[in-house]
Design a protein around this ligand. Structure first.
Ligand SMILES: *Cc1c(COP(=O)(O)O)cnc(C)c1O
Length: 360
């Protein structure tokens, strides 16, 4: 069977060369006579894979030496709790921008352990924009400031970071990590579930400044203490070995293509193609304020639910799959993460043009 163009929001498409390499190596990885899934996580053969993954990620994101890279489990959702448990070290206060469902989940976990100040929210319009962050509303003594860098469901992203001074900026980058160049120095913690831009589900990456490690609350479960994982090179317990291997192959693929500057350029080209068409179409409309548009998730609507359904069905028959929008926004959403080729977006836009002609 031919592969489809998969616009899934997550887990999402992986680069075909990575899947092919993993297939070729599946029963005998790197000539070790066994699959990576069968290796001890403490064996030299696995440690070589692990070290290559970390070193490639450090190169790709230009991660400074005073940051640790942790390969964890539990998804971004576990970070919603791990961040407050480890960072509520002084005032037990945190500032949040509320830009969607994932922000709200992070907020409700943080509230269990301390005081949350919502600096700004865009809930009034189903999160169709990124609210202005007024510095006079920031808590000077907050232990951290949290933003969701890219809002997967609504298709918005921060293009300007808040100036939080000495308060560490923490970000959920699950749906945009590795999609464009970010200055890691601007953040205290960057965390991301792997299943959007990194690899298969089951792996969570945490990039954390060293001074934020080692301050966990007394009652923090061992497995939720950053220090335990940092001191044990993410091997306090068995890490998700196969997912780390797959992430390593994705990192190699990114490096070979020219790294994040090249990926960013391609992502801008892909997203522009789709947004330009949405702007000129008289049938389709985008749902997001143009200045806050995501490069990764593009929601759009047709004039009626009936047409939305028809579009999703016909697109699927044409090999353009997983285009249904999140239930809170409705309509369609095209997730165009790193592995989605330009040709995939071109095929989608050309299909949309035909649909417009046939349904006026
Ligand atoms: C998908 C997603 C999550 C949830 O991630 P899990 O790994 O399933 O816990 C959280 N935040 C953002 C921004 C996401 O896109």
């Amino acid at each position: 069977m031919e592969r489809v163009y998969n616009f899934s929001a997550g887990p999402s498409a992986l680069p075909l060369p990575v899947l092919e390499e993993a297939r070729d190596q599946l029963v005998n990885t790197n000539g070790c006579g066994m699959s990576v899934m069968e290796m001890s996580h403490r064996s030299k053969m696995f440690l070589d894979i692990y070290n290559e993954a970390e070193s490639l990620l450090r190169q790709l994101m230009d991660i400074p030496n005073n940051y640790k890279v942790l390969f964890l489990q539990g998804g971004a959702s576990t970070q919603f709790a791990m961040v407050p448990l480890n960072l509520f070290a002084k005032s037990k206060k945190a500032d949040f921008a509320n830009t969607g469902v994932w922000s709200k989940k992070a907020i409700s976990e943080a509230k269990r352990y301390g005081t949350v100040n919502i600096v700004a929210s865009s809930e009034d319009t189903t999160f169709s924009y990124i609210p202005e962050l007024d510095e006079s509303k920031f808590s000077k003594d907050a232990d951290y400031f949290h933003i969701t860098l890219n809002n997967t469901i609504y298709g918005t992203r921060f293009t300007k970071l808040p100036n939080t001074g000495s308060v560490p900026l923490i970000t959920d980058a699950s749906s945009c990590i590795l999609s464009e160049v970010y200055d890691v120095n601007k953040f205290g913690v960057i965390y991301a579930g792997a299943q959007k831009n990194i690899g298969p589900a089951g792996l969570t990456i945490v990039i954390i400044r060293e001074d934020l490690i080692g301050n966990a609350m007394e009652s923090t479960p061992t497995m939720l203490d950053y220090k335990i994982h940092a001191d044990n090179d993410s091997m306090y317990n068995t890490p998700p070995t196969f997912a780390i291997y797959m992430a390593m192959l994705v990192f190699r693929w990114l490096k070979e293509m020219g790294g994040l500057p090249e990926m960013e350029k391609r992502n801008i080209e892909k997203a522009s193609l789709l947004y330009d068409y949405l702007d000129e179409s008289t049938l389709f409309s985008g749902t997001v304020v143009p200045k806050d548009r995501s490069l990764m998730n593009v929601p759009f609507l047709l004039p009626s639910d009936e047409l939305n359904k028809k579009f999703i069905k016909e697109a699927q028959d044409a090999g353009l799959v997983n285009l249904a929008g999140h239930r809170s926004v409705g309509g369609m959403r095209a997730s165009i993460y790193n592995p989605m080729p330009f040709e995939g977006v071109k095929a989608l836009v050309s299909f949309m043009k035909d649909f417009e002609l046939n349904n006026k």
